[in-house]
Design a protein around this ligand. Structure first.
Ligand code: NI
Length: 170
């Protein structure tokens, strides 16, 4: 994989709508992909980035909730359970520039995943971190925040979506 060639995909690229495949090869090639994903995430000032957003059809995402290097996280083949509570908050998405919508998510959940070497990991979090997990794992299933916004927001967002669609056609 030529990771230097990877770049951010925007709506309505159909590659954002695939259900991504499990990571099964934990070989050295993964390091270059992960490093490149962190680089792209930082270039776009994001807090999370899922592999499908750069056109890679695999179940993995990177995130950093604080901006401190020590808080870099990468999760492979992630799943969520033990969800509790509901909260609505504004979210943006690097694949939907210019769009911010209210999204209802679980407040707290448990993440079960594998680390870069395939070793099982689990974590429990709430609030912002748990929201990033849910947002990024949605990407692995081809789901975006425009699928989850309140109907009242659809009208406001329509214009931006049309312009992204026009950009994509070019
Ligand atoms: Ni996103």
């Amino acid at each position: 994989m030529d990771v230097a060639a990877l770049g951010m995909l925007h709506y309505p690229d159909p590659r954002l709508r695939r259900v991504a495949k499990p990571v099964e090869d934990f070989g050295p090639w993964l390091d270059a992909l992960i490093a490149r994903m962190f680089e792209i995430m930082r270039d776009h000032k994001g807090v999370g980035l899922a592999a499908p957003q750069v056109g890679v059809d695999l179940r993995l995402f990177v995130m950093n909730a604080t901006g401190e290097a020590v808080d870099d996280r990468v999760y492979l083949n992630p799943k969520l359970d033990q969800r509790s509570g509901w909260a609505e908050a504004e979210e943006g998405c690097l694949s939907l520039p210019g769009i911010n919508v209210q999204v209802r998510r679980s407040v707290k959940c448990r993440l079960i995943a594998q680390d870069r070497n395939g070793k099982p990991i689990e974590a429990i979090s709430s609030g912002f971190v748990s929201r990033i997990w849910q947002h990024e794992i949605d990407h692995l299933d081809g789901v975006m925040i425009i699928d989850k916004m309140a109907p009242s927001e659809a009208i406001a967002v329509r214009k931006v979506l049309r312009s992204l669609e026009a950009d994509y056609e070019e």
